[in-house]
Ligand binder design. Sequence first.
Ligand code: URA
Length: 235
Amino acid sequence: MRIDKFISELGIASRKEASRAARSGGVTVNGAAVSDLSRHINPECDVVSYLGRVLEYNKFVYVMLNKPAGYVSATDDKNLPYVTELLPEEYRRRELFPVGRLDRDTVGLMILTNDGETAHRALSPKHHVKKLYRFEAAEPLAEGAEEKFLSGVTLADGYECKSAVLKLDEGRRSGTVELTEGKYHQIKRMIASTGNRVTFLERIAFAGITLDESLKRGEWRELTEDEARQLCSKE
Ligand code: URA
């Protein structure tokens, strides 16, 4: 791979910035300064450094974001704030996109990556990936709602949901729902089917990965190796 492509794909600098840095000795390969960034390297074994920083080759990036309300699950929007705006430039250059969508007013766990194949697999209905949501509702949920969710709620448009696990807190006005599918506004429509209304919705787990409680709304971090492995697992 060309050195300038390697640097720009990692999101460290644009090709132009990299060639400017190279002219002043800021790019080295295996310890030796290089001025010609069209030279090819093997990212698996050559050690490239940029302005004193050794660059680690990671083809794919996996990020966990604690999505705040008000942001759309998109990589661009003309009028509304969008989730990738919350990432620093270095990550945006790597063209991360959200794995699935949360409504604009839904908060919590959102995973972003540039690994299209893994994202596709995680979202495919075939793989029954688990998603866990915490919600609050306008009224206490009706008696028997837990059983109804377990046997499959029928939505207003006739869609029959797969079995979902509803756990209610004391007072029955809040709780969690675990789903293995991801239809448009699914939790809101499931709660609506019981004659109620969601007033707050947060995703707290996706594909076995739990929202890191130390992340405030709008904050992010890369997935740990274990979490990334879990996301990429083909089971
Ligand atoms: N269900 C919803 O209703 N909204 C979301 O954002 C996610 C799941």
